[in-house]
Design a protein around this ligand. Sequence first.
Ligand code: ZN
Length: 187
Amino acid sequence: MDSTPTWEWLEGYPALDFANTVIRRGWTEHELVTTVADLESWLDAAALPAPRPDAVTDEDLQSFLLLRDPALRLLRSAAGHDEWRSADVGVVNDALLSCPEVAVLGEEPGVVESQMIGSPRPFAVLLARLAVEVREILAVPRTDLALCDAPGCGQLFFQRRTNQAWCGPPCGNRARVARHHGAGRQH
Ligand SMILES: [Zn+2]
């Protein structure tokens, strides 16, 4: 039985924390958000671009995954590891269009507040804002977005130096050990 993930690899970028809910064990990918409890634990650990919804439902879990998968593929595509699919763009755009926001004047000069149109549910707002975070990364060609192609990882990260191949030294070590033992990539 899998226990609730620790999320210790999350780095505090909402779009990447969203995408990095799939992780490799060896070379095999594993879904980490399979229950409402998993989603609750992710909400507690991740950088959220909207207030944390009080409670989540099975339906929220499904809508989380329905947006996460296309977002993950698009981000991986931008990192050179997946195809850019127009169907995925459509899903992210639908999330953006689902909760429009307008910047309105605040109570004093220099203050602008964001106001949602209508009264969307907090979880819908969260998904829409996550879509905004994904859009912001994909809107400009980012040369520092990379995928850590090591066994036991496969996480997206922002490079802190040019040509950084691994998200951290442990991944570099695991990849070197795997290569040394001739394991190579096995799908
Ligand atoms: Zn890594």
